[in-house]
Design a protein around this ligand. Sequence first.
Ligand code: UDP
Ligand code: MG
Length: 330
Amino acid sequence: MTSLSVIVPLFNEQESLTDLLDQLYAALHDRELRQLFEEEFNFEIIMVDDGSTDGSCRLISNMIMSRPEIRLISFQRNFGKTAALSAGFMAATGDYICTIDADLQDDPFAIKELIIKMQEGYDLVSGWKQERKDPLSKTIPSKLFNLVTRLFTGISLHDFNCGLKLYRKEVTRRLELRGDMHRYIPVLAEWMGFKIAELPVRHQARKFGSTKYNSSRFFSGLFDFLSVLFITRYLRRPMHFFGMAGLTSFFLGFSISLYVTLDKILLHKPVSNRPILFLGILLLILGVQLFSTGLLGEMLSTSSSKESLFAVRETVNLGAGQARKFGTIE
Ligand code: UDP
Ligand code: MG
């Protein structure tokens, strides 16, 4: 039996929900989709209400009476889309996990196409809003975001932050998301060694409600970008980052101070009125600080858990108990 979990993060989307669930049910009962799985197929729809203050939560509770495949997780307050997705991933029981936005901008019938693509041998298939139906105030910053992410990570996706994505369960189990990191899920997945692909999907203009994101996201996005870059490169070797910067700074500071000192001793030039002296001192102190930060980082990463040190695809001949430790057994 193959199962699919569809996760829908939602924040004040009550006008869209009835249409969305109708379309999702139609898409998931589609014969062609079911034929993609040779065995029996079932699905669940996990609605994650991210602290909505409209009637979204009540509406979903009512729908559950007639549609038992729907599950609901309702947050105490608004925690953001990353938290909503994480909660959905934790609750999902399917072999395949699909995420889709609640605002009807993503097309539920595209799920079938994502599955076909995944069956070519991918672990994560990400939608690509090739013809994006959003105002310029969204599309231009988004193009920039995708360009920068592509340049820094070397991953050739056009659209990192599409709400429509399909994962194998092994991927969602290993994702550890914080902040607003949902925008970088493909980067984290690729770093863990999963195979990722992209597929153009239809995109609709928002019919109801308004976007939940404004320009402030670009600042928080910058910090998340830095942490993702740091995590994917230096999580387990912070000294390589801080140590290098620290040593460079210390070496420069030391050279400057030596030069000023020799000038004083050999050429009897006064020291106190030379701005370069302060630069030398600053670089020396900075160097020591960066180096100590690296040491602290090493201590922290040594004492923290071994998880996310590596990702194991399968284990052979290891015994159930041990294999479970590597997450390769149910
Ligand atoms: N969303 C959420 N929590 C938030 C903000 C957004 O669960 O704090 C949901 C929202 O309801 C929608 C999806 O995330 O289903 C994408 O949000 P939105 O459509 O506002 O983003 P945009 O498409 O404008 O980038
Ligand atoms: Mg949207």
